[in-house]
Design a protein around this ligand. Structure first.
Ligand code: DAT
Ligand code: MG
Length: 147
């Protein structure tokens, strides 16, 4: 089977609320491999590039303001089917519609403060991690774990 990688980011509210450990724990317990991790302050241009598909939306300025409002925890996770599985663990965009048992369903109430990002396709996973490598010296520890 194809091993994919996904970009998971604990957003500023998740970091401020002390949810980093809880969120990492859910991916670890599921059995995926952590291949990269960095706490950093996301610059405006990277936030805008990351969310460029939403540029026309009315909430875009607020979204960018939120993402750059404090440090985020960037992670790369690897595994078979990891992109779709991570989206399931994260839950629906609107936390009030996210199922209990999901990260957003258990830990958040507002769409604009939904604590975590996960890539929506394997292509975007690669793209988002590659962009961080370029702009934020985010390096992966591939091959560190035995599979
Ligand atoms: P997701 O994060 O579930 O992939 P998305 O890619 O559609 O959702 O949107 C990215 C982020 O933008 C989302 O996590 C929160 C914000 N957002 C999306 N829709 C919104 C809305 N209607 N109002 C406010 N913020 C919104
Ligand atoms: Mg998205």
């Amino acid at each position: 089977e194809q091993v994919d990688e996904t970009y998971i980011m604990v957003k500023p509210d998740g970091v401020q609320r002390g949810l980093v450990g809880e969120i990492i724990s859910r991916f670890e317990k599921k059995g995926f491999k952590l291949t990269g991790l960095k706490l950093f302050q996301c610059p405006q241009d990277l936030a805008e590039e990351h969310y460029k598909d939403l540029k026309g939306k009315s909430f875009f300025p607020k979204l960018i303001e939120y993402i750059v409002s404090g440090p985020v925890v960037c992670m790369a996770w690897e595994g078979v089917g990891v992109v779709a599985a991570a989206r399931k663990l994260i839950g629906a965009t609107n936390p009030l519609q996210a199922e209990p048992g999901t990260i957003r369903g258990d830990l958040a109430v507002q769409t604009g403060r939904n604590v975590v990002h996960g890539s929506d396709s394997p292509e975007n996973g690669k793209r988002e991690i590659g962009r961080l490598a370029l702009l934020a010296s985010f390096t992966l520890c591939d091959g560190y774990f035995s599979s």
